[in-house]
Design a protein around this ligand. Structure first.
Ligand code: GTP
Ligand code: MG
Length: 270
């Protein structure tokens, strides 16, 4: 790590129950969304869980480097219209830290504030936590009185008045099947990577057909043909001469994760 801190390891939560317990321990919930796909990565279930527990939510629109500024601004307006405090963020470059801390301070019911970071896999929770922790962070004593799955919740002091629960709250699923599947499955763990890759390609082509040419050097709009061409270009064939579209499908999913595919959603007209 650049700042010498250990990367926060990703903890797969056992269940929604565990997430509910963490929500109860926090004063403020940061819901980290991938700004490329905010509607698909937000979780109505977590939002209502927080609302029931009376905990304010701040939406963190992370990966703001991957969408044009005007699109990010529209998404901010979109979520603010729904009643969420919303902050753009580039965890990777540690941009937005003071704005986010100010938002936490202004929304928090008490000091010091205990913050919980939640989000689907790969939205950038660990990177957000590391950005908030910065260089001056220090571990504090475990949160008292925890039972069950979480024996002791580690708190990190981000500032005198802000502490962060050092367990990223992995949301097990969102309302969107594709994001749930591709974020929650390791690339080599798919039994059938073609189905999600085809759906992903459809969504990408729908928003920005040029993304395919930019990433792979050919312009083509049919998802299956795209997979075939990727396999052919790389010389990936089965013994019977058929292109290995399963391997090509994994390439597409990987290139979505690493943002080689230039894809982001535009907000619906407000
Ligand atoms: N471009 C860009 N990439 C980011 C940003 N923040 C995080 N990432 C990348 O997104 C990927 C996932 O980041 P993590 O912080 O591991 O995400 P996570 O939500 O903790 O993921 P899990 O632990 O698997 O749930 C990594 O490759 C990060 O480098 C950002 O602001 N911009
Ligand atoms: Mg993580």
């Amino acid at each position: 790590m650049r700042n010498g801190l250990k990367k926060v390891s990703s903890v797969k939560l056992a269940s929604w129950d565990t997430l509910a317990k963490l929500v109860n321990k926090a004063d403020v919930i940061l819901e980290v969304l991938d700004v490329r796909v905010p509607l698909e990565t937000h979780s109505v279930k977590v939002e209502s869980m927080a609302r029931r527990a009376g905990k304010p939510i701040i939406i963190v629109l992370n990966k703001a480097d991957l969408a044009p500024r005007r699109v990010v601004l529209k998404w901010i307006r979109f979520f603010e219209n729904l009643g969420f405090k919303t902050v753009p963020f580039i965890a990777k470059h540690r941009r937005g830290v003071s704005r986010l801390k100010d938002a936490i301070r202004s929304i928090s019911p008490r000091k010091p504030t205990v913050v919980l970071v939640v989000g689907l896999p790969k939205t950038g929770k660990s990177t957000v936590i590391n950005a908030l922790k910065g260089r001056a962070s220090a571990s504090t004593s475990p949160y008292p009185g925890t039972t069950g799955y979480t024996k002791a919740v580690q708190l990190y002091k981000v500032d005198e008045d802000i502490k962060i629960i050092d367990t990223p709250g992995v949301i097990p699923s969102s309302e969107d099947w594709l994001e749930t599947l591709i974020r929650g499955t390791p690339i080599d763990g798919f039994s059938n990577p073609v189905k999600p890759a085809v759906e992903l390609l459809k969504r990408i082509i729908d928003q920005n057909p040029k993304a395919i040419e930019k990433a792979y050097g050919f312009s083509e709009r049919d998802p299956y043909t795209i997979l075939e061409l990727i396999a052919r270009k790389r010389g990936w064939f089965y013994e019977d001469g058929e292109p290995m579209i399963e391997e090509a499908a994994k390439v597409v999913i990987r290139n979505y994760h690493d943002a080689k595919l230039d894809f982001y959603r535009k907000p619906p007209q407000i």
